[in-house]
Design a protein around this ligand. Structure first.
Ligand code: SF4
Ligand code: ZN
Length: 729
């Protein structure tokens, strides 16, 4: 442990706490102690302060106590000659720094709510936190890197960030080196930034690093179900991060006192610091899993070194294609100006279809392109497309076709410059000019699919080959076969009911973030993330018998109406680490299923309307319960049972078992327009099944009502059936 680091971190902490105090005093005299303060779209107050101190701060004057506390953590600045044998003082100063930084940032919002300007993003909302949390949960993101400063050149900046993206590591950016930030270097090189591409520029000064840390503490609260109260809970939250959030700091360029102080704060989370310049190392272990500060590491080695120091497990199976590849590119869009060629959507006929074959019918790894390739089309043009994938394997079964086929979307979108939307015969694919110029051709679709199917499904796929057709007559010739297969698959699931199977499937995929959460997936109630239905659970279990999906033998039925079984309860107790005793699969009021945080929709009871409302992720407006999706999500996630609230997959809404214990489908009094439109066909079918074909028109949406006062008269007017159903509460 070095005295220089300690001295500089402590000096930096003093400087930042002073600045926070000055800013506070100035705001106090301008706005008064009762001025409302807070970050946009969060239910966690000032998240870092809340997590560490349990304080729910909403007014300016309440910051006084936090500042006092920060000051009390500050050790006197040691003279350069004093030897500090351990980290204690430095770590405390790190905490003081983070409190002060959160105060500075929230005061910026108070001073000017619109201070965040492109390319910066500022505070991360709870909604985004949840959405990104899923990626941390399912392993799409192995961890995050907080980059502080700037690279020596634009080229080096791009190389560094690409290396992180290819490893699916989320990149947070804060601070600058001599007035330049790596975010500015990236935007000079025209690199797409934002949550979709895993590059998140928080802000140009070092104080914005707090956004990465208040993202991390909210992760522990949202997914880990930890509620802050005091010191013990604060420690739990920090430990949660050390164990489960694989983050580290990359410090580029000169490290000044304030950066040292911020780094000392990050070390409290178990996040080590790796620097490219020569700063003093802290190689002892203790707070972090391995070393705390490592330097100097050459820029081209820094990603490898960080992964080693943080102990990240990353498997990269990059298919041999001429563009970058990885889930960081999954959400990347190809805009019209960047377009080389597109397929499907509104512009041409296109579909994708995966089918099982016998072993001897397949030549492993073969790719055939039949018809014109993309370099025959002028930029911005279109082609018809059929992607026909054929797989074989000793353990392959027909039931797995859907699961493999559904992965085509992810596999193709992960190529940089390829955008893939939809599935089956509703796909829309775009390839960018950049990818085309780099040498990307249609055969690479085949290369990607063969590589990924073999590497991701070794238990069931032994051989894979791909045929790609781009002539309209070929596409039309093969389409009917694919459509017949799609229909047949749908039939298979729709014929299944909860009564006519003996096993359900459990899913604990989300336990890496919500340690007490378990989903029970039944034929008529899919996983709340919407990604796993009963057939998927079955297939996943057969593919990987030791995996996160296990069969659950229903056993004796305790309550057929509420949906409770002995066998299910046993598994729920076991897998929730005894946090839960029982589940009712069909009830929202009594022992409802829990949520991790990944739910596609939230259903909650509106007592005044004697019904329920449904809001989907992504809807940012107000709802009749007086809360937005992100606020509501705060009370639903974390693996706790909250009667009156459930997180569900959207397809559950039209299931016969949708809250059937409380009367089911007809309880829906309000849902977002987006949901209504997206589920149109299914909603209609369900309403007809119940003999109420006009029911959908009786469900209000945000164009009719966003408050309960607006909702009630509407329900009266349309004679909504919920009004005459037995009381919910
Ligand atoms: Fe997570 Fe449940 Fe989806 Fe499994 S089914 S991934 S536990 S939300
Ligand atoms: Zn989840």
């Amino acid at each position: 442990m070095s005295k220089i680091i300690a001295t500089r971190a402590i000096r930096g902490a003093h400087s930042i706490v002073n600045k926070a105090e000055e800013f506070y005093k100035r705001m106090l005299s301008e706005k008064g102690p009762d001025a409302k303060i807070g970050f946009p779209d969060t239910a966690y107050y000032l998240p870092f302060i809340y997590a560490m101190l349990g304080l729910k701060i909403t007014k300016l004057g309440e910051l006084e106590q936090v500042l006092k506390f920060s000051r009390s953590l500050l050790a006197p600045i040691p003279s350069e000659r004093v030897w500090l044998p351990y980290l204690g003082n430095t770590l405390d100063c790190g905490m003081a720094t983070l409190f002060a930084e959160e105060i500075i940032e929230v005061l910026k919002y108070l001073e000017n709510p619109n201070f965040v300007k492109e390319p910066w993003l500022g505070f991360t909302s709870d909604a985004i936190l949840r959405e990104q949390g899923i990626k941390l949960v399912d392993g799409r993101m192995p961890g995050f890197a907080a980059i502080v400063g700037a690279a020596p050149s634009v080229e080096e900046a791009v190389k560094l960030v690409r290396a992180l993206q290819e490893r699916q590591i989320l990149v947070f950016i804060a601070g600058n080196t001599n007035g330049v930030s790596i975010a500015e270097q990236l935007s000079q090189a025209d690199i797409q930034m934002g949550w979709d591409t895993f590059i998140v520029p928080y802000g140009k000064d070092i104080y914005s690093a707090i956004y990465a840390l208040n993202f991390a503490v909210r992760g522990a609260m949202t997914f880990g179900g930890l509620t802050p109260k005091g010191r013990k809970e604060a420690t739990d939250i920090l430990l949660y991060n050390k164990k489960r959030v694989h983050a580290f700091v990359i410090a580029l360029g000169e490290v000044d006192d304030e950066k040292f102080a911020t780094a000392a704060g990050a070390i409290n989370f178990g996040f080590p610091v790796i620097a490219d310049t020569d700063i003093d190392q802290i190689l002892v272990t203790g707070v972090c899993t391995y070393e705390h500060v490592v330097s100097p590491v050459p820029l081209d080695k820094i990603v490898e070194k960080s992964i080693e120091v943080r102990g990240l497990k990353i498997k990269i199976e990059k298919p041999p294609i001429p563009v970058s590849y990885g889930s960081a590119f999954e959400g990347e869009r190809v805009r019209k100006e960047q377009l080389a060629v597109e397929f499907g959507g509104k512009v041409s006929k296109a579909f994708e279809y995966l089918k099982m074959r016998n072993m001897d019918e397949i030549e492993n790894g073969k790719v055939e392109v039949i018809g014109p390739d993309i370099d025959t089309v002028s930029d911005g043009g279109a082609l018809p497309l059929a992607i026909m994938v054929e797989v074989a394997g000793r353990k392959m079964q027909k039931d797995f076709e859907t699961i493999l086929e559904r992965r085509i979307h992810t596999f193709l979108s992960e190529a940089s410059g390829v955008m893939h939307i939809g599935q089956r015969n509703m796909i829309w694919i775009r390839i960018s000019k950049e990818a085309k110029n780099a040498g990307f051709r249609l055969k690479h679709f085949g290369v990607i699919l063969n590589t990924k199917l073999l590497s991701e499904f070794p238990a069931i796929v032994d051989k894979s080959q791909v045929k790609i057709f781009t002539k309209l007559e070929d596409v039309e010739k093969h389409l009917p076969e694919a459509i017949a297969a799609y229909n047949e698959r749908d039939e298979r699931l729709s014929g299944l009911t909860d009564e006519n199977v003996d096993v359900f499937y459990s899913c604990i995929l989300c336990q890496s973030y919500a340690p007490n959460h378990v989903c029970i997936i039944t034929p008529e109630r899919l996983g709340l993330c919407g990604a796993y239905n009963w057939l998927d659970g079955k297939a996943a279990y057969e593919i990987n018998p030791n995996g996160p999906n296990q069969p659950v033998i229903k056993g004796t039925c305790i309550d057929p109406v509420k949906g409770q079984w002995e066998g299910v309860n046993k598994v729920v107790q076991e897998k929730s680490n005894r946090a839960l005793e029982k589940f009712n699969a069909y009830s929202i009021m009594e022992f409802p299923m829990t949520s991790c945080g990944c739910f596609e929709c939230i259903v909650c009871v509106l007592p005044e309307a004697n019904g329920v409302m449904v809001v989907n992720r992504g809807f940012s407006g107000m709802t009749p319960i007086g809360m937005t999706f992100s606020t509501l999500a705060g009370s639903v996630g974390g693996g706790q049972q909250t009667p009156g609230f459930i997180g569900v997959g959207r397809l559950y809404l039209t299931s016969r078992k949708f809250i059937s214990a409380e009367g089911g489908f007809h309880r829906i009094v309000w849902m977002t327009k987006e949901l209504k439109e997206g589920l149109q066909e299914r909603l209609k079918r369900r309403a007809e099944e119940l003999g109420t074909p006009d029911f959908i028109d009786k469900i209000a949406d945000e164009t009719v009502a966003t408050t309960i006062e607006e909702l009630l008269p509407f329900l009266q007017k349309v004679s909504h059936p919920a009004l005459t159903m037995p009381p919910l509460m």
